[in-house]
Design a protein around this ligand. Structure first.
Ligand SMILES: Nc1ncnc2c1ncn2[C@@H]1O[C@H](COP(=O)(O)OP(=O)(O)OP(=O)(O)O)[C@@H](O)[C@H]1O
Ligand SMILES: O=C(O)c1ccc[n+]([C@@H]2O[C@H](COP(=O)([O-])O)[C@@H](O)[C@H]2O)c1
Length: 240
């Protein structure tokens, strides 16, 4: 099956230090990052990413599959298949693009390493927004060098209707010190946290894997191009 023609980071340049506003004024570039296992990518990821990109006027929203996700079991399908599905999902949907850099590192996909590498490629004033679903945000204090993350990015927290966890105390303190109520008011390249609204979609990759394993349809839970890839490669069916 032909692969999907999504824009990848290697097709793009970080040399533009600024981006024009509608009135022609220049402003720092605004880059979003949604990392995930994407096993497989689904409408919860995609709709959230697109809505946040539009609401926050992002120049680019990078979908970044993890090679070896920390803190969870080995994904059910290969990194190459997970990347290919993300490419199918975002092909022709600017400003969503694919960033495959974590697949090129033969070590756990720690977000702090990724942000440091990204920052080294960017103008200092570029604004970076790390998107995290509520469940991922609640796990933040267990992440590698988590207290350094806000030196490199702002954090945007996506509500997740299927997640009911309470934030740990360390995050309550962080929220008290760093959160702002209006995501459009996030200032500077990094350092603050905001909650963003997106259409609530209680869909998970776990649910999709379970449906496929039991022979049921996942139509409308993933883009048709992703479904075509799953079918063409026989992914997630009971025999896998
Ligand atoms: N339905 C959703 N709404 C909002 N955020 C989501 C949704 N699904 C996933 N996310 C967020 O997207 C990021 C990547 O998620 P991930 O790839 O682990 O998907 P998942 O559906 O949570 O997978 P799994 O069910 O295998 O744990 C995380 O920050 C997660 O919180
Ligand atoms: O850096 C860490 O220690 C860390 C720990 C857990 C998760 N992450 C990242 O968080 C993102 C969502 O992870 P997951 O497991 O919910 O798909 C993904 O980009 C992971 O690499 C990062």
């Amino acid at each position: 099956m032909a692969s999907c023609a999504a824009r990848r980071r290697s097709d793009l340049t970080d040399l533009d230090l600024t981006a024009p506003l509608p009135d022609g004024e220049l402003r720092p570039r605004r880059i979003g990052v949604l990392g995930g296992t994407f096993d497989p990518v689904h409408i919860g990821h995609l709709r959230g990413a697109l809505e946040v990109a539009e609401a926050l006027l992002l120049d680019e929203l990078r979908m970044m599959p993890s090679a070896r996700p920390p803190h969870r079991d080995t994904p059910q399908v290969s990194a190459q298949d997970r990347l290919a599905m993300v490419e199918c999902a975002v092909a022709g949907v600017p400003p969503l693009v694919v960033d495959a850099r974590e697949l090129q590192r033969d070590k756990p996909s720690y977000t702090i390493d990724t942000l440091e590498l990204m920052r080294a490629e960017m103008a200092a004033e570029t604004q970076v927004f790390l998107l995290l679903g509520w469940d991922a945000f609640c796990g933040l204090p267990t992440w590698h060098r988590w207290e350094e993350l806000l030196q490199h990015c702002h954090i945007l927290v996506l509500q997740r209707p299927d997640a009911d966890s309470e934030p740990p105390d360390a995050l309550r303190n962080l929220l008290a010190a760093r959160s702002v109520s209006d995501p459009l008011a996030l200032k500077g390249p990094s350092g603050q946290i905001a909650f963003v609204w997106q259409t609530p979609l209680a869909v998970s990759a776990t649910q999709i894997r379970q449906l496929l394993a039991s022979g049921k349809s996942v139509r409308f839970l993933v883009p048709d191009a992703v479904l075509a890839y799953i079918d063409a490669h026989g992914l997630y069916r009971a025999s896998n």
